[in-house]
Write a protein that binds this ligand. Sequence first.
Ligand SMILES: C[S@@+](CC[C@H](N)C(=O)[O-])C[C@H]1O[C@@H](n2cnc3c(N)ncnc32)[C@H](O)[C@@H]1O
Length: 241
Amino acid sequence: MTKQQSISHINWFHRIDLGEGVVTPGDDDSAAKLTKLNFPEDLSGKTFLDIGAWDGFFSFEAERRGASRVLATDSFVWDGNVPGKSKEGFLAARSLLKSNVEDLHIDPLNVSPQTVGMWDVVLLAGVLYHLKHPWLLIERAASVTRELLILETATDLNLMVRPAIAIYTRGELGGDPTNMCAPNLAALKGMLSDCGFRRVEVVYNSGLAKSMLSAGMRFLKYGSTPFASIQQGRCAIHAFR
Ligand SMILES: C[S@@+](CC[C@H](N)C(=O)[O-])C[C@H]1O[C@@H](n2cnc3c(N)ncnc32)[C@H](O)[C@@H]1O
């Protein structure tokens, strides 16, 4: 069986280059996110924890960039809570890449030094806005971070100067009922500092112009009122110990 044949039945999220011209056909433009995340070029000798790994694109990329040990964790998607999606992509990609990335089924809120140990670099991308407890989640991720936490998330209420968190109860973020809340940048910085990070750097912020464009598109696609979605965006933050 060719690589192409062995992945064709899988419903992919990430686009992972498996070599020999085969790239998994996910909706997510995964490679483009590396720039937004300011993903470290060189992870030689570093240990890397991926919280919410899904198909594992960032875990495999960390391994490719020299990480000495990589742990991919997930629960929600791997446990079949998203119709048609599963852990199958991660397992297939790991096997075809002949990767040594380890895996662990664990809810992000159960991450702690006791359950997963300590990691030099921790990635928490695309997960925070799915949970009802963003501050607790940051606290959990911080508790296992030795050097650097890379946090990527949806943001909202960025016209407010004070720290604030938007709460979604009716799919107000992208029409997706699994999106529960999004903090503004001030809240994210405040929560990260509270969790003991000395330096907090925003490395990506989609900004107001992009938010206005997205608000128009969301209005056309989901009927979301632009007034509510105008401040919604994405950001990536590096938090250093
Ligand atoms: C948008 S994907 C992000 C995947 C990957 N980290 C990335 O950035 O490409 C969302 C991730 O959050 C996890 N997730 C979604 N809802 C969750 C929930 N209620 N509890 C725990 N994890 C959840 C999913 O399992 C999935 O891995």
